[in-house]
Design a protein around this ligand. Structure first.
Ligand code: FES
Ligand code: MG
Length: 576
């Protein structure tokens, strides 16, 4: 069902005309060793590869890009690999989130400025999924997302280890003096032992599941472990399929509709998603012109049971188990009646058609609706005088005794200040204390770091406590857990009410009613507000300077204001 003829290919604008510019383009393709038969009248497919030697999660991507290229050639296209900004989660400081929008800008501009008819986006480590997808949505050419896939289960001394979650857990035990140096080193060597993204249901697997549920990956691709040969075959399938998508003119605006975004949100909730999903999903949806809000997500959260028994929200399993249990297609099949099945996907078929035949092979890993891990609400959105524009909490990952809680605040203005205090064994803190970190939001962090799972003070750890109510305007890792209120908006750095809170003020969380307040009289708050002084800007030049001027708040998705689709007319095709 070709909708396009060779002369209508985008790349034909570069290669077809009989003029001096096209002469230049063709002669330069020949410089690369291609004959005209290699590139004329053929879809040119960009393989946007976020590989780097410091991106531990994408270490298989050099090889995988070759699998994609093989598929593109077989499909009758010309593959061109394009190295893309590799935003890795492990090493990027102060936080990879500072660079998600940079990747989105790079992706959009590199696609638009080059003779590409379609793209395969290779990502997976947390920010790479939203970064690549946001940019590609704005660029508008046919695209398919190739998720890196989770790494194998961690293993040490016969124990299964989950990315992130078990690192925090064993770290607390080490601080409590319960494990030896040798055991600690064993955990270090066993917790990440193959290529691939974190294998808990952290941000990476949440975001790739979201891409899958949106219909922009091959069906179920997000669940395949990185080192499984099915992943190689999926890579080649992406290559073959994108060529057809170009001929069919199957552009992202036909796939990423409002219904597709809602499907993605429902699936995210059913997987027990990372809180980061909120920020990224809103940003991605808005690029597609869909106005998804925090309240929409809260409403979906209330009616969607968590059925993926995968850590950290689930108790027992990891992504490898999830794949063997049937993977995302099986999960989506379970909640089929909550999804819009008529959505078009990259296969050219509907979501409903893609789910045909999907089956659960282990119903303890992918639970039936009658036996969920958690009946409702992977995520909840709070409001109140501490967070008028919202805050986020993950009820399923915190001790239920904190769902309704009132206690005195212990406020820290910076991460180093907090870090110093928590190791003080005489810190004035009780299990009722509400620990608060501010100046850790999009501008204050800077870049909205994953500091939100504030460490439990040593004084409490020694007493055997492993959870407490914590509040910040930061994010937290998708592999984190605990009674952590995050993404407080507006952030304190720009004068949000969190900036007015003082140590000793009483804070009240009422999760069933979705409220978070400081019990401080209004006139006292007004006095404090009048005395508040805006902090110094974090940056005086460079990318950070641009970031702080243009990043939106957490409830808006933290895109740059000028990149949002409603900011202005999208640049058309470049003059050649
Ligand atoms: Fe890459 Fe967790 S560090 S996904
Ligand atoms: Mg992470």
């Amino acid at each position: 069902m070709a909708a396009k003829t060779p002369s209508e290919l985008r790349s034909a604008r570069w290669f077809a005309p009989d003029d001096l510019r096209s002469f230049g383009h063709r002669s330069r393709m020949m410089q690369l060793g291609y004959s005209e038969a290699d590139f004329r009248d053929k879809p040119v497919i960009g393989i946007l590869n976020t590989w780097s030697e410091l991106n531990t999660c994408h270490s298989h991507f050099r090889e995988r890009a070759k699998d994609v290229a093989r598929g593109v050639l077989q499909g009758g296209g010309l593959p061109v690999e394009m190295p893309s900004l590799s935003v890795d989660e492990s090493f990027t400081k102060p936080t990879s989130m500072l660079y998600r929008n940079m990747l989105a800008m790079e992706t959009e501009e590199m696609i638009r400025s080059h003779p590409l008819d379609g793209v395969v986006l290779m990502g997976g480590c947390d920010k790479t999924t939203p970064g690549l997808v946001m940019g590609a949505i704005s660029a508008g050419v046919p695209m398919i997302y190739l998720p890196a896939g989770p790494m194998l289960r961690g293993n040490y001394a016969g124990k299964i280890l989950g990315s992130g979650s078990d690192a925090w857990k064993y770290w607390d035990e080490r601080r409590a003096g319960n494990i030896s140096d040798k055991e600690w080193q064993g955990v270090e060597g066993g917790i990440a032992r193959s290529a691939g993204v974190c294998m808990t249901m952290g941000t990476a697997s949440t975001m790739t599941a979201i891409a899958d549920a949106m219909g922009i990956t091959l069906p179920g691709a997000s669940s395949i472990p990185a080192v499984d040969s099915n992943h190689q075959r999926m890579g080649a399938d992406c290559g073959r399929r994108i060529v057809d998508m170009v001929w069919e003119d199957l552009t992202p605006d036909r796939i990423i509709t409002e219904a597709a975004c809602r499907n993605a949100a429902v699936v995210a909730m059913a997987t027990g998603c990372s809180t980061n999903a909120v920020v990224h999903l809103i940003a991605m949806a808005r690029r597609a012109g869909v106005d998804l809000t925090l309240d929409d997500l809260d409403a979906l959260g209330r009616i969607t049971p968590l059925i993926a028994n995968v850590r950290p929200a689930g108790k027992d399993y990891l992504m490898e188990d999830f794949y063997y249990a049937g993977g995302l297609r099986a999960l989506m099949k379970q909640i089929e009646d909550r999804l819009e099945l008529s959505c078009l996907t990259v296969t050219g078929k509907t979501m409903g058609e893609n789910l045909e035949g999907a089956q659960v092979y282990n119903d303890d890993v992918i639970r039936p609706l009658s036996n969920p891990v958690y009946a409702e609400g992977s995520l909840a959105v709070l409001r109140g005088n501490l967070c008028p524009d919202g805050a986020v909490i993950k009820p399923a990952a915190c001790d239920p005794k904190y769902h309704v809680h009132q206690g005195p605040a212990l406020v820290f203005d910076s991460y180093p200040e907090m870090k110093k205090a928590i190791d003080d064994e005489h810190l004035d803190v009780t299990p009722d204390t509400v620990m608060v970190l501010r100046n850790a939001g999009p501008q204050g962090g800077p870049g909205f770091p994953e500091w939100g799972m504030l460490p439990i003070p040593k004084a409490l750890i020694k007493q055997g406590h492993r959870d407490m109510l914590r509040i910040s305007d930061a994010r937290m890792s998708g592999t984190s857990y605990g009674a952590c209120v995050l993404h407080v908006a507006p952030e304190s750095y720009v004068g949000g009410p969190l900036a007015l809170l003082r140590t000793g003020d009483i804070v009240r969380l009422d999760l069933p009613n979705r409220t978070l307040d400081m019990l401080v009289p209004e006139d006292e708050l007004a006095t404090r507000r009048a005395a508040w002084q805006a902090p110094e800007p974090r940056f005086d030049r460079g990318y950070g300077w641009m970031f702080q001027r243009h990043v939106t708040q957490a409830d808006q998705g933290c895109d740059f204001d000028f990149l949002q689709s409603d900011f202005g007319r999208t640049a058309g095709e470049p003059d050649i």
